[in-house]
Design a protein around this ligand. Structure first.
Ligand code: MG
Length: 174
């Protein structure tokens, strides 16, 4: 049962080899917000994050898909000038279906980048898109996330036991 196993695992969004993704014909990058792009108590986009997203927008369609409410998600997506889907209920892929239809994309064109197994990697698995996992920016999670983190720990331990995944052992593809 390796459905949550990331295809790519990196420390953070700055460590991802985006050139390689381009060569793999990835056209659309879906970013998670909390603990992937920003801390949960952060209300403004980091200068460095903004620089990265601005650069990525030259080569990719960049979209924000978050389980957080509208107000928070839109403040980030407006600042970054990207499309966004708040209250996405990941791992539900209803937003992915909308994105594919709106931008005429195939699953093979898309990658999800996030810090959680259950929601983000689960979304990638269900949608059959490339799953890119990053370490969470902080161990400070929203309360609602705690149950997912508990389940995630059990899955991670299982993967580690099976030599499939180890926290901190980053890889570029599998
Ligand atoms: Mg997150």
């Amino acid at each position: 049962m390796s459905k949550y196993l990331p295809d790519i695992y990196k420390k953070n969004i700055f460590c991802i080899d985006y050139e390689k993704l381009k060569k793999r014909n990835i056209k659309c990058l879906i970013f998670d917000l909390d603990n992937t792009l920003a801390l949960i108590d952060q209300n403004k986009v980091d200068v460095k994050v903004k620089e990265l997203i601005t650069e990525l927008k030259k080569s990719f369609l960049v979209i924000l898909v978050s389980n957080s409410p509208k107000k928070r998600v839109f403040s980030f997506s407006n600042d970054l000038e990207i499309d966004s889907y708040p209250f996405a209920l990941k791992p539900s892929i209803r937003t992915l279906k909308k994105i594919k239809a709106k931008y005429n994309l195939e699953s093979s064109d898309i990658a999800i980048i996030g810090d959680q197994f259950i929601t983000d990697m689960g979304y990638g698995y269900k949608g059959k898109i490339t799953k890119i996992f990053v370490d969470c920016l902080s161990n400070n999670d929203l309360k609602i996330t705690n149950i997912n983190r508990f389940l995630e720990k059990r899955i991670m331990d299982k993967y580690t036991k099976d030599n499939l995944f180890k926290k901190g052992s980053y890889y570029d593809g599998r």
